[in-house]
Design a protein. Structure first.
Length: 341
């Protein structure tokens, strides 16, 4: 079920999205396939123009894979991705035994950009800042010569960096500065939608707030639409309008950010929130905590029924057999849990 915010028409609609990766038998990739990893398994949501949707969950839950599939950096195994009315999940064709983008998807690439998680790996160490930011402009024939350099300097100023840094290399910058360069690269083509894939997880805590504030400011100034992926619920709440909580490839709860924080209904969401320390020592000592036991199940062989039942402290017998459906319990608040039906 896809819920479209009433305040604006959706820029992005994701319907029953699935991404799977083959698992080969011993002998390498040419051997017969043993099974498949269900990295994303039936995810649906929408994002309105100018909105920020936060995707949260622990490592391995499928949130980064969801972001890459939305941008068609990964071809979905099933489901639909509709961007501004365009069914971009259909813009693939077979060529030489593999799937490649059609030209119309490449034309839309200007409007769909990504900020990568690791600023130390996402920038080419052999290229100057000018060359890094010039590459997308050159690929799409935007500006040239002095106009291109002016555009690059403007991009650096937009993300709070000295425009004179264009001749320096990535190793000459701190992690936070490198991430600003990555943000500038994502902005170079004037996109409508940006997927920020854990853009603060590789940074010092003192720098994380600066990057979150920068993204929030850019959203307001440039009218950006963001999908903000993170495992830190405390960070996501400061920038997101809505939050979707993922577990084992599925969305288990989705609601306005403040509703998720104040009124979490899914046991997994409650556990995530209880793991966030409170600034008040007295409240921190007295509050009830939800402690999860066990490990995240393997997406190669997920459990039957509710995917969370193997770790849920409130599970019932039906949770072992029946898969809960993401359904609306109050306006704008969806939960996939038998206990809140």
């Amino acid at each position: 079920m896809t819920v479209v915010p009433a305040k604006a028409a959706p820029l992005l609609i994701v319907d029953d999205l699935a991404v799977r990766f083959p698992v080969p038998r011993a002998g390498g990739w040419l051997a017969q396939r043993q099974g498949e990893v269900r990295a994303v398994d039936g995810v649906s949501f929408s994002v309105a123009k100018g909105e920020t949707l936060g995707l949260v969950g622990e490592s391995g839950c499928g949130k980064s894979t969801t972001g890459r599939a939305v941008l068609q950096l990964l071809r979905p195994a099933a489901g639909k991705v509709i961007f501004d009315g365009e069914p971009i999940h259909e813009y693939w064709r077979r060529q030489g035994g593999r799937w490649v983008w059609e030209s119309r998807l490449r034309d839309l690439r200007k409007r769909l950009q990504m900020i990568f998680q690791d600023p130390f790996a996402s920038l080419n160490p052999r290229m100057t800042v000018e060359a890094i930011l010039a590459e997308p402009l050159r690929n799409f024939g935007i500006a040239a010569g002095s106009q291109r350099r002016e555009r690059i300097q403007q991009l650096l100023q937009t993300v709070g960096m000295d425009p004179r840094a264009i001749r320096r290399y990535p190793h000459e910058f701190s992690g936070g500065q490198r991430q600003r360069i990555g943000i500038a690269r994502a902005l170079a083509l004037g996109p409508d939608l940006i997927v920020a894939d854990e853009p603060i997880s590789a940074l010092d805590v003192s720098i994380q707030a600066q990057i979150i504030n920068l993204l929030a400011d850019l959203r307001e100034r440039l009218g950006l639409t963001l999908i903000f992926i993170a495992h830190d619920l405390a960070a996501v709440r400061h920038i997101s309008d809505r939050i979707a909580v993922m577990y084992l490839g599925r969305i288990v709860e989705m609601a306005p950010a403040q509703t998720i924080i104040d009124q979490p209904r899914h046991p997994y969401t409650q556990a995530l929130i209880s793991a966030v320390p409170l600034p008040d020592p007295a409240r921190e000592r007295s509050r009830q905590r939800t402690i999860l036991t066990g490990e995240l199940p393997s997406p190669v062989s997920p459990p039957s029924g509710c995917p969370f039942h193997t770790r849920c402290p409130l599970r019932e017998e039906r949770c072992r057999h029946d898969v809960p459906v993401l359904q609306q319990i109050t306006p704008g608040h969806q939960v996939a849990c038998h206990l809140v039906e």
